[in-house]
Design a protein around this ligand. Structure first.
Ligand code: HEM
Ligand SMILES: *[C@@H]1O[C@H](CO)[C@@H](O)[C@H](O)[C@H]1NC(C)=O
Ligand SMILES: *[C@@H]1O[C@H](CO)[C@@H](O)[C@H](O)[C@H]1NC(C)=O
Ligand SMILES: *[C@@H]1O[C@H](CO)[C@@H](O)[C@H](O)[C@H]1NC(C)=O
Length: 327
């Protein structure tokens, strides 16, 4: 949709992007404290605004963390998830039924940053910083975020539909999909731990309750007591109800979601699938046994890796003035 005014320059950018991906995927253009000189208070401002938002609306922690993931997995971490489209053709319109939230809150952060240092902090970086601050605000561990991302010009809903892994994916698909982006099986299990906070609509898992193989059956790998409980909230074809993915601690960043997966109560097929691989399963076992002895730290490491996916080279892209529009 929002290809810049000049189609040719867009094409050139795409070409540059194509050839530079292997290098930029390593995060060479990123560094911790990128705004140290140009906007020394950038990270403090993000933290403050997010703190205000979550103190009033704690249920936004899930949506705000998820935005960075959706940004990075489609076109790389370059803010494409934030672009709006008058004809509803940008990424944010890809899954309207269980859509993303938090856009206005990102705008609020951006407004505060533009006031302090106009035109300096990219929207892609805002998403990375916000994700970290959400993790900390919900009880996770602080980690340094690399910054210096540039914002892209293009956002296409078809790409989001194509590139975002469905919740019905099996472990083979999940591992392959992560590997394609330079992320390991270990990153997969750790980042899936992001489901320790937030809510889901019924539709991503409703097949597991009502029609798993097309015969009106339930998923035999999902705990039957849990199925009964989920059915109370989620009626067939329910498009509106939200359930906590980590019931009872859905606003706390902890290891309880891993515990649920081991008890065959992982909500999505993609979560349950972490039991089907020795490496991911071993990681779950170890974290539960040791009370998350490495998970909290590992999460930051994997988030930093995720934050390097498809970052635009230094001279490409722009720093948007408004996150929903190209300049
Ligand atoms: C491994 C592949 C993944 C799949 C298949 C997946 C799928 C989903 C689905 C289907 C939902 C529910 C959406 C809804 O119905 O409203 C969801 C929510 C969420 N996901 Fe994931 N996800 C994945 C990875 C991640 C990663 C890597 C993160 C972040 C590190 C993440 C963070 C979240 C959060 C925080 C929510 C809750 C959003 C809210 O409260 O509105 N997910 N995910
Ligand atoms: C996993 O899913 C993919 C894509 O749907 C499918 O082609 C493959 O056969 C599945 N693998 C296993 C082991 O079930
Ligand atoms: C279950 O799935 C099958 C095959 O996709 C479909 O024909 C059937 O109508 C579904 N049943 C219900 C109750 O949704
Ligand atoms: C995974 O573990 C199971 C049981 O411990 C073992 O039988 C299997 O060979 C292992 N698979 C791989 C790929 O290591």
């Amino acid at each position: 949709m929002a290809c810049p005014k000049l189609f040719l320059s867009c094409l050139l950018l795409e070409l540059m992007f194509f050839f530079l991906v292997p290098e930029v995927a390593q995060g060479h253009s990123l560094k911790v404290g990128f705004y140290g000189k140009a906007c020394p208070n950038a990270e403090a401002i993000v933290k403050e605004v997010i703190g205000q938002i979550l103190s009033v609306a704690p249920s936004l922690s899930g949506p705000l963390l998820r935005l960075h993931f959706h940004d990075c997995f489609v076109r790389g971490c370059e803010g494409s998830v934030l672009l709006d489209s008058p004809t509803y053709q940008s990424e944010k319109y890809a899954f309207r039924k269980h859509g993303l939230r938090g856009y206005q809150e990102i705008d609020r952060v951006k407004t505060a940053l533009e006031k302090a240092c106009p035109g300096i902090v990219s929207c892609a970086d805002i998403l990375a910083l916000v994700a970290r601050d959400v993790v900390v605000a919900t009880g996770g561990l602080f980690y340094d975020v690399e910054t210096g991302r540039r914002d892209g010009y293009v956002s296409i809903s078809e790409e989001a539909r194509r590139d975002l892994i469905p919740p019905t994916a099996n472990i083979t698909t999940l591992k392959a999909d992560f590997a394609k982006r330079g992320l390991s099986a270990k990153d997969l299990v750790i980042l899936s731990g992001g489901h320790t906070i937030g809510n889901s609509h019924c539709s991503p898992f409703s097949n597991r309750l009502y029609n798993f193989t097309g015969k009106g059956d339930a998923d035999p790998t999902l705990d039957s007591n849990y199925i009964a409980r989920l059915k109370l909230s989620c009626k067939p074809n329910d498009q509106t109800t939200l359930v906590e993915m980590d019931p009872g601690s859905a606003r706390t960043f902890d290891i309880k979601y891993f515990d649920l997966i081991l008890k065959r109560r992982g909500l999505f097929t993609s979560d349950a699938a972490l039991l089907d691989d020795n490496q991911t399963k071993a990681y779950l076992d170890f974290q539960i046994k040791t009370g998350g002895s490495t998970f909290f730290k590992d999460f930051g490491v994997s988030m930093v890796k995720m934050g390097r996916i498809g970052v635009l080279p230094k001279m490409a892209g722009e720093v948007r003035k408004v996150c929903t529009k190209v300049n």
